[in-house]
Design a protein around this ligand. Structure first.
Ligand SMILES: Nc1ncnc2c1ncn2[C@@H]1O[C@H](COP(=O)(O)OP(=O)(O)OP(=O)(O)O)[C@@H](O)[C@H]1O
Ligand SMILES: [Mg+2]
Length: 179
């Protein structure tokens, strides 16, 4: 079967992932304002476009209709210029992303942030375990070329600035290399 020719994107697509509460949305909002790239907050998009199925009682969250979500995003992702924000990454097509950033925190910081959000019991424990076992980092490394997967510490407010600056430098380089 012939493969479709790859159409070059006008701007890169960035994936920002990590355990719930590590600071993805905080970073993506700032990065979007600074860079002009479009922030796609997948949890919100899934809700707005009815991509959520029945509620998972054990994990206390709705189940995502991945196929419907991916179909809906295909066109905008092919154009490029998006920052995708989600706490999982394996089900996105590998070809969508030029770079992947995995945000990380220490366990105490994450615990405090999740408790402040009202997480308790299994949901709280599972998310802390997810960070301890670096589940999302491993998932990203297994799903994308390891050379494009980068870990970023997201504990202190100064790191937020550092991370935005670092990604903006990466963006400048991408535009230089892809003119
Ligand atoms: N670099 C940082 N320094 C200090 N606090 C931060 C930093 N980044 C995020 N926070 C705080 O951590 C909390 C969680 O951040 P945020 O909502 O951005 O996480 P998230 O990864 O998007 O979570 P979710 O996956 O549930 O959407 C917020 O209260 C936010 O203000
Ligand atoms: Mg978020």
């Amino acid at each position: 079967m012939a493969t479709a020719p790859q159409i070059k994107r006008q701007a890169p697509n960035i994936l920002v992932t990590g355990t719930p509460g590590v600071g993805k949305s905080t970073l993506c909002q700032k990065l979007s304002e600074t860079s002009g790239l479009q922030w796609l907050e997948i949890s919100k998009i899934a809700k707005d476009y009815n991509c959520l199925e029945e509620y998972d009682e054990v994990y206390q969250c709705p189940i995502l209709d991945e196929d419907k979500l991916l179909d809906g995003l295909e066109e905008v992702m092919c154009k490029g210029g998006n920052i995708v924000d989600y706490h999982s990454c394996e089900f996105f097509p590998e070809r969508w992303f030029d770079v992947v950033f995995v945000l990380r925190t220490d366990n105490t910081t994450l615990y405090d942030r999740l408790v402040a959000r009202g997480y308790t019991g299994k949901k709280l424990e599972d998310n802390i375990d997810c960070e301890i076992f670096q589940t999302i980092l491993e998932e990203a490394r297994a799903s994308y070329n390891v050379d494009i997967v980068h870990e970023l510490s997201s504990v202190a407010p100064t790191e937020l600035e550092d991370n935005v600056n670092r990604i903006c430098l990466w963006l400048q380089q991408w535009f230089q290399d892809n003119q």
